[in-house]
Design a protein. Structure first.
Length: 204
């Protein structure tokens, strides 16, 4: 279970969906024989379905999927932007450094998809999300090659049961301190600037 104090918890489903789409590479975690199994894979959010689904695939050679019996529990962690926060930004000298970040944890039940047509659907959804021009090239590949590629993967659908969105954006600090943190984020790298945008969105 994610440690998520009330002042960092975000109940906005649209915010969670936006972070998932902006940072689709998920860390997949499940237990098998009492041992944690971990895989990293890009997932596609299907929020047109109710409940939401996540779609993806892993290499057939990856033993993680073999623990995914129908309805097995699976956790997908989406890591958004993160950045260091200096205590120099606070009103008091008696302060400590911290780290701001945004993450979404999705828990659900997984269904492996071994059918060729189901794999084709997942692959094309991922292609359309990340490399639309490649869609036409994929369609032009001969059937034997495409089927060979699909035999090398296991596609899956994760039916979402719980979403925990944690946006640690200095919500527990005074307004003036939050503004200085936001200004520091605006002047930082790409991750820090993205955090500043989230601060504006969630703390107008």
């Amino acid at each position: 279970m994610l440690y998520n104090p009330a002042h960092f918890a975000v109940e906005d489903a649209a915010a969670a969906a936006a972070l998932i789409r902006a940072h689709p590479l998920a860390t997949l975690v499940s237990l098998h024989d009492g041992q944690p199994q971990v895989t990293h894979a890009p997932l596609l959010l299907d929020d047109t379905a109710q409940p939401w689904r996540l779609l993806g695939h892993v290499a057939r050679a990856n033993p993680h999927w073999q623990a995914w019996t129908e309805g097995a529990a699976l956790l997908a962690i989406f890591h958004g932007p993160d950045a260091y926060v200096s205590p120099a930004l606070y009103d008091t000298l008696k302060a400590v450094p911290t780290w701001n970040y945004a993450v979404v944890h999705v828990q659900g039940r997984v269904t492996p998809l071994h059918d060729s047509d189901a794999k084709e659907d997942v692959l094309k959804r991922l292609i359309d999300a990340h490399d639309p021009p490649y869609h036409a090239q994929w369609n032009e590949l001969d059937v034997t090659f495409r089927e060979g590629m699909k035999k090398g993967i296991v596609a899956f659908a994760l039916q979402v049961e719980r979403i925990d969105a944690k946006f640690k954006l200095s919500q527990n600090r005074a307004p003036g301190e939050r503004e200085r943190v936001r200004q520091a984020m605006d002047a930082g790298g790409a991750g820090a600037r993205e955090l500043a945008e989230w601060m504006r969105r969630l703390q107008p």
